[in-house]
Ligand binder design. Structure first.
Ligand code: FSO
Ligand code: SF4
Length: 566
């Protein structure tokens, strides 16, 4: 196996024996094979679309789901990958047929693909896991290195990882009723280009970086639609105080990012007496008015994803994982863990929310639940819901505070959390901020500092720590920054704004590419830079965007530099 797609990759190079995340070689190989076959799906899908075929929306949704399944900490189950691969071959053959028919109708000679991803079939018709494992070994992303050289191969990886991250968001937006056909067509176009685009272009580093930024551009559209989808389904986010003290009674915990699943769980449990708690990236659910109206949405339990093995054993009810990040379940809770959608772990029950919620409810009833009120533990609250509306509604106050000197700098400190100690950089940074600053945060990175009391900003009454939501709500930060730039008749890069991005997996790659596409400069990225960015590519990014790695050991020095920058 060779996997370097996330921040925690082994020795900052690649996981080659087993994933730091727990991914075994067999699954890594099957994921590589799945991506290979999806390239074939894309080649025929893109060609068919060019011939005027209207691609079924379900094909795009399948594509988003398969890419999502290969993201870090989503699916570890070889059985599921076997089904994805076989289904993908079927989808590809259907698209091929549509392409051939369209060519015939138009009297055009179809392009033929006798080898490569458009022509891969299970060898000798063997579809067992071991064969697919062996086949997958042939399709690692490092195959690109001897063909294109390390720099371009790294950019090609960045493009594929960006597509994976974007597909995750696209899947969510589609579930929330947004039309994602153009994005699906774009993903197919990019995969087709990576295989069959003009050779000169594929060998030109600048052109390839241009394609990476195109992924960022498309991802801005996806995040915008996700933002619209959330609002249409659940109302505009507004500030709320979320209790972290469990209420007595039966309980279900919901983790991941999928608010639509949470809604279904709330609907299914209404009137049962079971309380529903959010975990990890589900925390922002409490900021949506139409989710809050469910009185049994009782509070938030635990911190970021990497603490699952400590926190889930103490939760006295079933735990439902809607999306990443999932880690190896311990025996103590494995039999009360359920996965949804594209998530999976061998031996963990995978359910369909529309069909199987009864089983989760039954188990919640059988398990202990939280005991009678413990009056000794003081109730603590997390503050959520400072989405773009709240900030834009208070834009006058922010602008006035900048003018009066009460607000010297706005910090965006967000992204992902992770197990490494060096991620404390972000907590120390926030801790060390002078009072004339505010912090916008999003993603699970905030769990390092969202229990801190930063107080309010000068005379504005605005909290200094403003939780804008999930990682996918970073779109809101861009809207706010654009609005402020407009008010000050300047551009984002001239605002008193500093960005420290804590990255972990491929959604963060998509967000980073979006920020670069928008021309945002001076981003500090950490805790370490992606392994797939080579020194040459880094030099280009530094030169063009002044991107830099955070100084993990000296956050206060970084802070001084940030406070002193324009
Ligand atoms: Fe965190 Fe995991 Fe939201 Fe990521 S839970 S790390 S970028 O999947 O998506 O912030
Ligand atoms: Fe390693 Fe990350 Fe790949 Fe897992 S996802 S195998 S930790 S690089």
């Amino acid at each position: 196996m060779y996997c370097n797609q996330c921040e925690q990759t082994k020795n900052r190079t690649a996981c080659t024996a087993i994933g730091v995340c727990g991914k075994v070689p067999k699954v890594a190989h099957m994921q590589d094979l799945l991506i290979h076959v999806m390239r074939g799906v894309s080649i025929y899908g893109h060609r068919a679309a060019q011939m005027g075929v209207v691609i079924d929306e379900r094909v795009y949704d399948f594509m988003f789901g398969t890419l999502f399944s290969t993201l870090t900490n989503v699916n570890f189950d070889p059985m599921r990958f076997r089904s994805y691969i076989l289904e993908a071959v079927g989808v590809r053959e259907e698209l091929k047929q549509q392409y051939l028919e369209a060519c015939q109708k138009k009297g055009v000679a179809p392009e033929e693909f006798s080898s490569g991803p458009a022509a891969w079939f299970p060898p000798d018709g063997s579809t067992d896991e071991d064969t697919l494992d062996e086949e997958g070994k042939k399709f690692t992303l490092t195959n690109d290195v001897p063909i294109y050289g390390a720099d371009i191969a790294g950019v090609r990886q960045m493009i594929v990882f960006g597509l994976k991250g974007m597909s995750t968001y696209a899947r969510h937006a589609h579930v929330l009723g947004q039309d994602m056909k153009d994005i699906g067509a774009f993903v197919m176009e990019v995969f087709d280009f990576l295989e069959n685009g003009p050779v000169e272009e594929r060998n030109d580093l600048a052109a390839m970086l241009g394609w990476a930024l195109k992924v960022g551009e498309a991802n801005v559209k996806v995040m915008e639609r996700l933002d619209i989808g959330h609002r249409e389904q659940f109302g505009a986010p507004s500030p709320a105080q979320v209790s972290t003290k469990p209420k007595p009674g039966k309980a279900i915990l919901v983790s991941g990012h999928d608010m639509h699943d949470l809604l279904k769980i709330l609907e299914a449990t209404e009137g049962t007496g079971i309380n529903v708690y959010t975990h990890g990236e589900m925390l922002p659910a409490h900021s949506y008015p139409w989710l809050r109206k469910f009185k049994h949405l009782a509070g938030h339990f635990g911190g970021a994803w990497q603490l699952q093995q400590f926190e889930f054993p103490t939760f006295p009810g079933p735990v439902v994982i809607t999306t990443n990040c999932m880690i190896e379940p311990m025996k103590s809770y494995k039999n009360r863990l359920f996965t949804l959608n594209d998530c999976g772990w061998p031996g963990v029950e995978h359910i369909d929310i529309a069909r199987d919620m009864d089983r989760v409810i039954k188990l919640a009833d059988e398990l202990k639940g939280f005991p009678e009120a413990d009056d000794k533990t003081e109730e603590q609250f997390l503050s959520v819901g400072f989405g773009r509306d709240v900030l834009l509604d208070n834009a006058d106050k922010v602008i006035e505070a900048v003018k009066s000197g009460e607000l010297k700098r706005i910090f965006v400190v967000g992204g992902c959390d992770g197990a490494e100690h060096k991620r404390n950089y972000f907590a120390t940074l926030v801790d060390s901020l002078p009072p004339e600053t505010v912090v916008l945060t999003m993603g699970c990175a905030k769990f390092r500092f969202n229990r801190k009391e930063l107080g309010t900003l000068g005379t504005t009454g605005l909290p200094r720590l403003l939780d804008m939501g999930q990682c996918n709500d970073s779109y809101g930060a861009v809207v706010v920054a654009n609005a402020l730039a407009g008010a000050f008749e300047t551009d984002i890069n001239s605002l008193p704004l500093s960005i420290a991005l804590s990255w972990f997996e491929q959604k963060a790659v998509a967000v980073l590419l979006s920020l670069l596409h928008l021309g945002v400069k001076n981003i500090r990225l950490g805790p370490v830079l992606p392994a797939f960015i080579t020194p040459t590519v880094l030099d280009i990014l530094v030169d063009k965007y002044q991107i830099s790695a955070v100084d993990v050991r000296h956050p206060k020095e970084d802070l001084k530099l940030m406070m002193g920058s324009s």
